[in-house]
Design a protein around this ligand. Sequence first.
Ligand code: NAP
Ligand code: GCO
Length: 260
Amino acid sequence: MLDRFSLKGKVAFITGGSYGIGFAIAEAYAAAGARIVFNDIKQELVDRGLTAYEEAGIEARGYLCDVTDEAAVHSTVAKIEQEVGVIDILVNNAGIIKRIPMLEMSAAEFRQVIDVDLNAPFIVAKAVLPSMIRKGHGKIINLCSMMSELGRETVSAYAAAKGGLKMLTRNICSEFGSQNIQCNGIGPGYIETPQTAPLRVDGHPFNSFIISKTPAGRWGTTDDLTGPAVFLASEASNFVNGHILYVDGGILAYIGKQPS
Ligand code: NAP
Ligand code: GCO
């Protein structure tokens, strides 16, 4: 049974994988036997990632690529296929968030978030699918969010993008499931990464708010995501498709701590 969770011999491409959730997922994939490829938007991030992977004993290949740039994505995927091999597992991890009240957010800022968090997963999936189809199998995992299901003040663009990413996940399932492509989402709860650092500063009211909304009574860590990520990348999930696996400590099931 454990062999079904092995990623031995697979090539895994994690976008924005220099640190944070993407890096943690890549570490877990390497431990499960996969060869790791990642990209990032800045060379210093690629270099930082390469150092971090080397320090973790992982032989990773890093590429400089802005996932919103379709031409750059296609040339990067072609380079990966030539230098490493056909991509078996794609993790659409790269993402940004802008926390701005809607009436103060410009259309350009809204579009920028949609571009990275929704258009880019479409672009990268479209670039890797042809070889996956030719190979007869493929796994695409999209990093969704609590905001794929819930709204909150100041994250209109991010919620719109992550809600769309949930439906893009279901559509890739619908369009390519017959060709043995499984496309699922991971919906992390509130995880301790640089992206949420502003919400976790000591004494920040959001910190205690999230803890009161989470049955587990704590912020998640990137480690909490690695088992679910390996499952969705492995043969153990070959009949799981179009599913968003929420890894949220119970947030979506919980109205919030009742007044004592
Ligand atoms: P993060 O710390 O902000 O890391 C995201 C990575 O993606 C960074 O390396 C970032 O580079 C890179 N990136 C951004 N735009 C890019 C682009 N255009 N091209 C290539 N790389 C780009 O985020 P995280 O917290 O690890 O989250 C990873 C994913 O999980 C995101 O999609 C996020 O929305 C999602 N998520 C996070 C949480 C959470 O609580 N942390 C919860 C649910 C979902 P820069 O450093 O230059 O921005
Ligand atoms: C926010 C947070 C969240 C998390 C995550 C929750 O500002 O509300 O950044 O959006 O990043 O998406 O699942």
